[in-house]
Write a protein that binds this ligand. Sequence first.
Ligand SMILES: [Fe+2]
Ligand SMILES: [Fe+2]
Length: 124
Amino acid sequence: MDFEKLKQEVQKHLPGEEGKKRFAHIERVYALAIKIAKEENADLEIIKAASLLHDVAKIKEERKECKCHADEGSLMAREILKKLDFPKEKIEAVCYAIKVHRKSKGIEAKTKEAKILQDADRVC
Ligand SMILES: [Fe+2]
Ligand SMILES: [Fe+2]
C-alpha cells in the first residue's frame, strides 16, 4: 500500500499550525517506530499504518469534538484503511495499537506492534 497516500490522508485531519506540529511529531514517531520494528522483527505494515494514524484525532480532541483521540483515532483509522488499499487482515492490529497508544491511560499493550508504538510515541 502507498504510505505517502496515507500521510496525505492524515494531514487532512490535522489543519492549521497546530496540525503541522502534530504531523511533525507523527513523522518522528513513524521513523523511530520503523527502526525499532526492524530490530524486533515486528510487522512493518502494521507499524507504519499505526504510527501515521495514531494521533489522527488529536485536533478533534483539542476542539472537544471527541473525548479521547486514541479511541476516536482507532475508529477513524479503520475507515481510512478500508478506503485505501491496506491488507484487511491487518486492520484490527493497527486499530488496537492506536487504541492503547496513550501511556497515560495506563493500558498495557498486548502486541509487539502496540508496545513499539507506545515506546516511540513517548520519546518523540
Ligand atoms: Fe496520542
Ligand atoms: Fe503521539
